[in-house]
Write a protein that binds this ligand. Structure first.
Ligand code: ZN
Length: 274
């Protein structure tokens, strides 16, 4: 296995060798699209929303210089930041003005770990890894954080930027679900906790892109993480086999990739359409 570093973390070769939480979620959504993405035959659209998320991520990782160099598209012709990124600076300032939020983001940055889940190698990149001392400081200053950090000797913190904290419509469940479930942050938490290996609490530090940005500090209870880990253990070997070419991927039939590659094979009764 190749050693995973900050430099090669997102390289195509490493995506073949290791599964990550984003890749796992891609396979869950559509096996065919996930495999085509790996092969470079399909590129999921890069949205401004994703770039803004990456911009905020880079700030907290201390990698802003590299980010600006690699993404010239964030600047206007006169060299100033485009509106979305100028607003991202406002979100960052809001996050850093909050004492608890800042403490959560004060751990070891961009910590890379690898580990096996049910025979499949995973890689993770922790935004902020807190040690027991910081957790203690946080609980002393913020007694209401004791439920999440009370008895622990560390914590995994993941920073997120999102539109808002409203529930999100789920096609699968035909109802609105909490954004943590909708974006699979619980799946991510399960993978991070397992791969990091010390059963540390998984904390989300999300902020919103609203005109007046909102903040939160959330934990995902261990029971929920355990349920999601079982799901990962169940599915990861299949996705790994698809990557190795031992099993054919099943197309979801609905996503952008499936629509783009669909071939008509006959004429069907219109009533058989859902
Ligand atoms: Zn699909």
């Amino acid at each position: 296995m190749t050693e995973v570093t900050r430099e090669n973390y997102y390289s195509p070769d490493l995506q073949w060798e290791y599964m990550g939480s984003t890749q796992f979620k891609e396979f869950q959504e559509c096996e065919a699209a996930a495999l085509a993405h790996l092969k470079g035959e399909y590129k999921p659209p890069t949205t401004t929303a994703l770039l803004v998320g990456g911009y905020i991520d880079a700030h907290f990782a201390g990698e802003m210089d590299e980010y600006r160099r690699e993404h010239p598209e964030i600047f206007k012709r006169d060299g100033t930041l485009k509106a979305d990124y100028a607003h991202a600076d406002k979100i960052i300032a809001r996050m850093e003005s909050d004492r608890l939020y800042s403490l959560l983001m004060s751990g070891k940055k961009q910590v890379i770990c690898v580990g096996m889940i049910n025979g499949v190698w995973f890689k993770i990149r922790i935004d902020s890894l807190l040690d027991g001392d910081i957790c203690q400081t946080i609980v002393n200053e913020f007694p209401e954080a004791a439920e999440a950090l009370g008895m622990c000797d560390g914590a995994i913190v993941d920073q997120k930027a999102m539109k808002d904290f409203a529930p999100v419509w789920s096609e699968e469940e035909h109802r609105k679900v909490n954004f943590v479930e909708a974006w699979g942050y619980d799946i991510q938490g399960a993978i991070y906790q397992e791969v990091e290996g010390n059963m540390l609490p998984f904390i989300l530090a999300p902020g919103t892109k609203e005109d007046s940005p909102d903040l939160n500090a959330l934990y995902i209870p261990d029971d929920d993480l355990a349920a999601k880990l079982a799901e990962v253990e169940d599915k990861a070997p299949r996705y790994h086999a698809i990557k190795q070419g031992r099993i054919a991927p099943i197309p979801c039939g609905k996503c952008a990739y499936c629509r783009a590659t669909k071939k008509l094979t006959g004429i069907i009764d219109y009533k058989s359409l859902e």
